[in-house]
Design a protein around this ligand. Structure first.
Ligand code: ZN
Length: 90
């Protein structure tokens, strides 16, 4: 693994569409020790994480819940992310 240079843009794979995108344009979801999956606005929460891009197709609740469950192995209440987005929009 090469070391990351300071100008390197971190990239992550979307759990839903599998496209690789810039990490900062994506939402991190993290599974905490008790198995709860929640959005992680800081990107620094401990636990197993996955990333979801901002494509509307990836925010569709059924696709979102299925993709996140596949990635993290626990059920995800997709409405959590929808709520988060509403707050972020204003
Ligand atoms: Zn996506």
């Amino acid at each position: 693994m090469p070391k990351r240079r300071p100008d390197h843009i971190p990239m992550r794979t979307c759990a839903i569409c599998r496209q690789v995108r810039a990490k900062r344009s994506m939402t991190r979801l993290v599974r905490s020790a008790d198995g709860t999956i929640a959005p992680d606005p800081t990107g620094k929460a401990p636990g197993r994480g996955t990333y979801v891009c901002d494509d509307p197709a990836c925010r569709e609740p059924h696709a979102l819940a299925a993709g996140v469950q596949r990635a993290l192995g626990a059920p995800f209440e997709a409405a959590l992310l929808a709520t988060e987005e509403k707050h972020a929009a204003t």
